[in-house]
Write a protein that binds this ligand. Sequence first.
Ligand code: GLP
Length: 243
Amino acid sequence: MNIIRAKDYEDMSRKAANILAARIILKPDCVLGLATGSTPLGVYARLIDKYNRGDLDFSRVSTVNLDEYRGLPEDNAQSYHYFMRYNLFRHINIRPDHTFVPDGMEPDGALACQAHEDTIRKLGGIDLQLLGLGNNGHIGFNEPGPVFEKETHPVDLAESTIRANARFFERIEQVPTQAYTMGIGTIMRARQILLIVNGSGKADIVARAFWGPVTPQVPASILQMHPDVTLVADEEALAEAPL
Ligand code: GLP
């Protein structure tokens, strides 16, 4: 694992955006796996900046997202479709038909998840997967559990995830309780992984995920087995790592 220590959130965002930018420059038709949550916002802002300066061209890039809430329409401001459009896609020259987020409005979970797997396979797999880290060690919406779920699948969100994500909704009752997420196998098949994390609130889970035992109780711990993982973390998030 390649660990890049960043000073703070700004520095983490700049370093991670540079890694993504390098990938796009070296492979203009690359397939990027993208994440939502508050952590990647700074990365996306910097990618937009690079695009505006003429340093990046997204015209041949494809993107696949990790996850989507079940039952939120695309025009709901809390849906991940909306998040991606608002925070990245509408600001760059990516083709809308090159962007893929699981279809949260498909009530048949098996169908929606199989379609997402098929999309990834047809694209030739993910070149670089960007990941955030949930407070409980989840990646995408792969929650702690007895086994690593392999493929894209429907999930019941953990109570702690619903509470953590309630900050984006007016009331906690509005937070969907289910989602469709890439599985651990889907994520592990990405050729390169870039995990970003910041803040003291994640220090404990960073130490457990990357220096603790590999266990489905800490889903991100599986990344220790991936041959090409880069962790970009700020000082606060690395405070409990045995470095
Ligand atoms: C969400 C997303 C994850 C994200 C995580 C952390 O529930 N499904 O992809 O990495 O929680 O979010 P944040 O970056 O806001 O801490």
